[in-house]
Design a protein around this ligand. Structure first.
Ligand code: ADP
Length: 486
């Protein structure tokens, strides 16, 4: 459509270093593809390790002045960035749908959610406080304060092209840190548009630098080996996160890691089944199932399992599939062919081990990389999707008998990002918060993400928290001083 063409025509497609857009040093570019059509949307600068170091040069040069900028001023710039995101909400949403595939209504929801990190951290910027006290011996005054960690390297994934940026850039800038951002190569357009808004909001040159690249490993290794870097924040897969943690050891970098999930979704026999099904639709099918918080394993107590399966299947059969810009679509394309293969493989594995397909189960012929919204039940132990993140629109249902058995099944994973549980028994709800091994619990809720709350996981799901009062401390060092009273 012309709106899409206009948007692409005005979009920056270079690398942003020290407030200036430029080509990659090599002059190379790469194509960004619409997963719903397979067509190329734009060519974007393909940055190299040298470009990454040039971006770090700029971030390092701007670091002292930004750290010394009044917190109120930093907050006001972030607040202007929030306002600009609201003003350009339609453009941001359309770009996300074009390059990532999510339905337009969900993309609008991401603009609301994602830009909230800018408003939240604009407010947190002026609340970085310390402590003043006396030591237990009574011989000295203790002063605890905070200062920005220094230049940060932020790596973001493709599934939430805006929110994963704002969730890192918001607290980093609020804390007084400068950043180099490497957005996912599958969805760089949203980040380039957003970077333009940051400049318009008054972010000074060098404070935010963006390097798009298909050589994530090369760019990242160079930046992380440079002693001027002080922190890495990464959202992506657990294998890449583990690699980055090893690299971070060399210069003892501060690290924040938002890695994979394998969320259990427990439905107890006392649950409000309508609410449980509503929650399941959100937890499983929002974002086409491509979320680290997506429900990966449904465990339903035996007496209500058939009824839950029936109601969920009815809802899933009604989901519209298509390009996210079309009316009535709630399931867009998966990000690429490999993602479709993965869903297909996991369904084939499940059925070969005894599972039943209640609806869907197959890839959809191209153009575009689509997979049918699917419900499986009768999942048996040993099935691959009990261990692996599906990242697609496939709901897999197994049953349990006692609460203890449900909890044991839920916790039987190396991951621990989020767990969902539906029950009307308040005491059981409280028990579950304690017994489920996850950083977040959705108690009768299918979505928990909120800029005002600490997002993050335990075990192999990661380190650190994004959002809430905790989020800004990922970008602050704690400094303690002792003054003897003599
Ligand atoms: P996903 O499965 O979501 O694509 P990845 O972990 O592969 O997860 O990608 C998330 C982000 O990590 C992307 O920006 C990608 O470019 C980046 N990335 C991938 N491999 C590496 C690597 N070896 N070093 C640094 N970043 C990487």
């Amino acid at each position: 459509s012309t709106r899409e063409e206009e948007l692409l025509a005005q979009l920056p497609t270079g690398i942003l270093i020290n407030g200036v857009w430029r080509s990659a040093g090599s002059g190379e570019t790469f194509a960004v593809v619409d997963p719903a059509t397979g067509e190329t949307l734009a060519q974007v600068a393909d940055g190299s390790a040298e470009d990454g170091i040039a971006a770090l040069d700029a971030a390092d040069a701007a670091a002292d002045a930004w750290a010394a900028t009044a917190p109120r001023k930093r907050g006001e710039i972030l607040r202007r960035a929030f306002d600009l995101c609201q003003e350009h909400a339609d453009d941001l949403a359309l770009l996300m749908t074009m390059e990532m595939g999510k339905p337009l209504a969900e993309a609008r929801g991401e603009v609301t959610y994602g830009s909230e990190f800018l408003r939240w951290f604009s407010e947190e910027a002026v609340r970085i406080s310390g402590r003043y006290g006396s030591n237990p011996e009574g011989t000295g005054t203790t002063i605890v304060s905070h200062r920005p960690v220094g230049p940060c390297y932020l790596i973001t994934p493709w599934n939430f092209p805006l929110a994963m940026l704002t969730r890192k850039i918001g607290p980093a800038l609020a804390a007084g840190c400068t950043v180099v951002v490497k957005p996912a190569e599958l969805t760089p357009l949203t980040s380039l548009f957003f970077a333009g808004l940051l400049l318009e909001a008054g972010v000074p040159a060098g404070v935010v630098n963006i390097v798009t690249s298909t050589d994530a490993a090369g760019v990242s290794s160079a930046i992380m080996a440079d002693p001027r870097l002080r922190k890495i924040s990464f959202t992506g897969s657990t294998p890449v996160g583990k690699k980055l943690l090893k690299q971070a050891a060399d210069n003892v970098l501060r690290t924040s890691m938002e890695l994979g999930g394998n969320a259990p979704f427990l439905v107890f026999d006392d649950a409000d089944l309508d609410k449980a099904v509503d929650g399941a639709m959100l937890a499983k099918f929002r974002n086409i199932g491509e979320a680290c918080t997506a429900a990966n394993r449904f465990f339903v107590q035996k007496d209500v399992a058939d009824e839950f399966s029936r109601r969920l299947t009815e809802r899933v059969k009604a989901l519209g599939v298509g390009r996210g810009t079309e009316d009535g679509v709630s399931i867009g394309p998966l990000i690429n062919a490999a993602a479709v293969d993965k869903s297909a493989d996991l369904v084939a594995d499940a059925t070969s081990r005894g599972a039943t397909v209640l609806t869907g189960g197959s890839r959809i012929d191209g153009p575009g990389t689509f997979f049918e919204p699917t419900v499986l039940n009768g999942i048996t132990p040993g099935t691959r999707l009990l261990r692996e993140e599906i990242f697609g629109p496939v709901a897999a249902i197994a049953t349990f008998e006692t609460e203890q058995e449900g909890v044991d099944l839920a916790n039987d994973t190396e991951f621990g990002l989020i767990a969902y549980a539906f029950t009307t028994d308040l005491a059981r709800g409280h028990r579950l918060i304690g017994s489920l091994r996850a950083g977040m619990v959705g108690l009768n809720a299918g979505v928990v993400s909120n800029a005002a709350a600490p997002f993050g996981g335990v075990k192999s799901s990661g380190l650190g928290r994004e959002g809430g009062a905790e989020g800004i401390h990922e970008y602050l060092d704690t400094i303690y001083a002792l003054l003897p009273t003599t």
